[in-house]
Design a binder for this molecule. Structure first.
Ligand code: ADP
Ligand code: MG
Length: 276
């Protein structure tokens, strides 16, 4: 894919939803690979002790590997833990090891405990178009670090009963972090995952989410697809595992929408429009 605008500055997107199993990790790795295939330079930060994003990207993350834990707790430079993702040009990953499970507690007694990831990213000098942060299914200090580091929150919502339940808590946390720690932070993107267009429930939930959030919701829904769920066991994203599949095409299209919704591009267009 060519012809997509590159952002004027690095867009840092926090993929969050404290519910587990809604498609955070799947969306992070497949959107990141899609953006890279569209020509962008993209870093995935795996902030979940499970390390599912690292696994899905085929990046080494056994317990001896330098990881995001060392960055957060030991102040190791991010550049010393970032690995290139095999087979996808322009895609990189800061892996998570099981050590990260202890970080939630260890961070509590450290100085600047909420802004350690933000500082590490600020000091990282490699040029990047996007950083996607895959959050754990909780609203603890790891997720707070992501919310302080990022400007945009991307919420995957699974099209099922109770899809919106629990989102209030996430949105309140976003407001709290915006008010106290990071004035830039806002929910920029909602993506509907595991969408089954044949069921009435899915379309009802989609309608409810759209009426609740409006323009933040991407037009592209991610379908429920076996190919998407198989890919991680091969250490691949669906983009390389099955490039022509519906799952692959939908993530490419979602990435296109995101690239075209660059807040800076939109501001510049707005300013130009007002001058005319
Ligand atoms: P989270 O990171 O929010 O816990 P995951 O991305 O790990 O969620 O997804 C939960 C499970 O659902 C995984 O087994 C994943 O493979 C599967 N899954 C996610 N998205 C899809 C999809 N579009 N189609 C089919 N299975 C999916
Ligand atoms: Mg996950």
């Amino acid at each position: 894919g060519e012809g997509l605008p590159r952002p004027a500055q690095t867009r840092i997107m926090v993929v969050a939803n404290q519910k587990g199993g809604v498609g955070k990790t799947t969306t992070t790795v497949n959107l990141a690979a899609s953006l890279a295939l569209h020509g962008a330079r993209v870093l995935v930060v795996d902030l979940d002790p499970q390390g599912n994003a690292s696994t899905a990207l085929g990046v080494d993350h056994h317990s001896e590997v330098p990881s995001i834990y060392d960055v957060l707790v030991e102040s190791k430079p991010l550049s010393e833990v970032v690995q290139p993702v095999p087979d996808v040009e322009g895609l990189f990953c800061a892996p998570a090891t099981i050590d990260l499970a202890g970080a939630e507690i260890e961070l509590v007694s450290l100085v600047a405990r909420e802004s350690r990831l933000q500082r590490a990213i600020e000091a990282y000098e490699q040029p990047l178009d996007y950083i996607l942060i895959d959050c754990p299914p909780s609203l603890g200090l790891l997720t707070v670090n992501a919310l302080v580091a990022g400007a945009e929150v991307l919420i995957p919502i699974q099209c099922e009963y109770y899809a919106l339940e629990g989102l209030g808590q996430l949105l309140r946390n976003v407001e709290l972090v915006r008010g106290h720690l990071n004035t830039q932070l806002h929910v920029s993107t909602i993506i509907l995952t595991m969408y089954d267009g044949r069921t009435r429930l899915a379309s009802q939930v989609a309608e409810e989410v759209r009426s609740h959030f409006g323009r933040e919701v991407l037009r592209t829904n991610i379908p429920r697809s076996v190919r998407i769920s198989e890919a991680p066991s091969y250490g691949q994203t669906v983009l390389t595992y099955d490039p022509g599949s519906s799952g692959s095409l939908s993530y490419l299209e979602a990435a296109r929408e995101i690239a075209l919704r660059d807040p800076h591009v939109e501001q510049a267009q707005q300013a130009q429009h007002e001058r005319q």
